[in-house]
Design a protein around this ligand. Structure first.
Ligand code: NOJ
Length: 527
């Protein structure tokens, strides 16, 4: 598999640093904590960790409001501790990806403090400042993704500034070449230290309409949806000029060899795949989030896989994401039995999988009492169901320890102790054992990594497809329904099943009876 880059062969594991492992008893995860868990990740069988933001930040949006792009927040540790973490990760064969947050800084970043200090400050144009409309109100109708107008009035200089998210997260002006140079320096700072790539926050939002035109109303808006859905984001996202920025980020990474550029992009597939650029000059992997909102049935998933595969430009490398810190967990979306089926799906589809911490033990969304809510998205738009705390609860290491071994202090969000890594580690029927087996299979079967994906078919509730590479042919069947069903297959060995009861029945002859909610991988041909 050597002609592929490491990030094409590998599996990425997302760590939300507040919630992975606390080492100092303050109830919040940190870098030394993560370092103590690297052996676990290496043994799990992933290839890279992406760590959500660790930079100095007032934490209005838990680190996605950056006050210094080239340092580490004391809450998470020090720059030296980051280097130690990365050194140990590299020894264990794990690559380290950081979260790059270029769209906006914190309002406490010195750049913004200068920018807001006067209209003629040299950094004024680093952010998006506009005069009020003729009635004194905001310059246009743009809405914040965290509720309300996206424009914040600044009394001192008599203008509004734009923030796609919280008012504490002013958007940078990416049309200004100085901003682009400063952000390029940020990439180089971390690349020089040896990081293996970046996940770029809200890549598709970086450029806004040069004329600041009003967004049109969204005819499909339904009451109860987040407020910004009232408008189509015609002038605030996916502007053509953004691709030039992606190209220049890619060019910088290329100077450093095999580093990966991943874009956080929530767009329909036809627009998403444009972020690959032409001839590999765009993002290596525009995140493919389709599984996060997919209706969980075989027909839907089959057509999603086919449509994605055929939309990919030549040479573009696919990828799939099953969970992240902004969306309900898979085990809560589809149920714990189907979360096992989803694990087989994620790790047998064509393309790089990204796992969200805790999904490998089937963590479910935490129950958050009203007085425990932390997420600003929920606090500022109560009741609209946007709260992201449930999927951010601490990692469950050891159910026999207080707070499941996450902290010896008071955890920042409640810890569920009903299951843990320790409970599942020696249990062959656990979700963790399933993930480990799948990750071992990926390493040992080139078809799963670089094979084609073919014959994607939904038969009732069962989704089947094949992965082929040279003589290796793997047949995958996923029962997304709750009844047993017979499925035609060629004869071969069952390499893996989500049902431990199948152990011992190693060979099938032309057909297999899938139990309710069972997924299998059958090797065929010369395998
Ligand atoms: C996307 C991040 O994933 C999310 O957590 C954050 O709130 C916004 N970008 C703003 O940075």
């Amino acid at each position: 598999m050597s002609e592929l880059a490491w990030w094409q062969r590998g599996v990425i594991y997302q760590i939300y640093p507040r919630s992975f492992q606390d080492s100092n008893g303050d109830g919040i995860g940190d870098l030394p904590g993560i370092r103590t868990r690297l052996e676990y990740l290496a043994a799990l069988g992933v290839d890279a960790v992406w760590i959500s933001p660790i930079y100095p930040s007032p934490m209005a949006d838990f680190g996605y409001d950056v006050a210094d792009y080239c340092n580490v927040d004391p809450m998470f540790g020090t720059l030296d501790e980051f280097k130690q973490l990365m050194g140990r990760a590299h020894q264990l064969g794990l690559n380290v990806l950081l979260d790059f947050v270029p769209n906006h800084s914190s309002d406490r970043h010195p750049w913004f403090e200068e920018s807001r200090s006067s209209r003629d400050n040299p950094r004024r144009d680093w952010y998006l400042w506009r005069d009020p409309a003729s009635d004194g109100g905001p310059p246009n109708n743009w809405l914040s993704r965290m509720g309300g107008s996206a424009w914040e009035w600044d009394e001192r200089t008599g203008q509004y500034y734009y923030h796609a998210f919280l008012r504490e997260q002013p958007d940078l002006n990416w049309r200004n070449p100085q901003v682009r140079r400063a952000m390029d320096d940020v990439l180089r700072f971390w690349l020089d230290l040896g990081v293996d790539g970046f996940r770029v926050d809200v890549l598709w939002l970086l450029i806004k309409d040069a004329l600041f035109r009003d967004n049109p109303p969204n005819p499909a808006y339904r009451p109860g949806e987040p407020e910004h859905h009232r408008l189509l984001q015609r002038y605030t996202e996916d502007q053509p000029e953004v691709h030039d920025i992606v190209r220049s980020m890619r060019a910088t990474l290329r100077e450093y060899g095999e580093r990966v550029l991943i874009g956080e992009i929530y767009l329909p597939v036809a627009q998403l795949v444009k972020y690959y650029g032409a001839g590999g000059d765009g993002a290596d992997m525009p995140f493919n989030f389709q599984l996060l909102n997919a209706r969980w049935n075989a027909r839907e998933i089959a057509s999603m896989i086919q449509a994605y595969d055929s939309a990919l430009p030549e040479h573009a490398w696919p990828n799939w994401v099953l969970g992240n810190h902004d969306n309900p967990r898979v085990a809560s979306r589809v149920g714990i039995a189907q979360a096992r089926v989803a694990a087989v799906l994620l790790l047998t589809l064509r393309g790089t999988p990204t796992l969200y911490y805790g999904d490998e033990i089937g963590m479910t969304d935490g129950a958050i009492a009203l007085d425990e809510i932390q997420d600003p998205a929920e606090l500022r738009q109560p009741g609209i169901g946007q709260g992201r705390d449930p999927e951010r609860t601490p990692m469950q290491w050891d159910g026999s320890l207080p707070h499941a071994g996450f902290t010896r202090g008071r955890p920042w969000l409640p810890v569920d102790t009903t299951t843990s890594v320790r409970d599942q580690d020696n249990d062959v029927s656990s979700v963790l054992s399933l993930y480990k087996s799948l990750l071992v299979l990926r390493r040992s079967h080139a078809a799963l990594v670089q094979g084609t994906i073919e014959n994607i078919v939904a038969h009732g509730d069962v989704l089947t497809y094949e992965r082929r590479y040279r003589n290796q042919r793997l047949f995958i069947a996923l029962n997304m329904g709750d009844e047993g069903v017979d499925v035609q297959t060629q004869s071969g060995a069952v390499l893996l099943s989500t049902m431990t009861s199948r152990r011992g029945q190693a060979v099938v002859q032309g057909a297999i009876h899938l139990a309710a909610e069972e997924a299998v991988i059958v090797a065929r041909g010369n395998e």
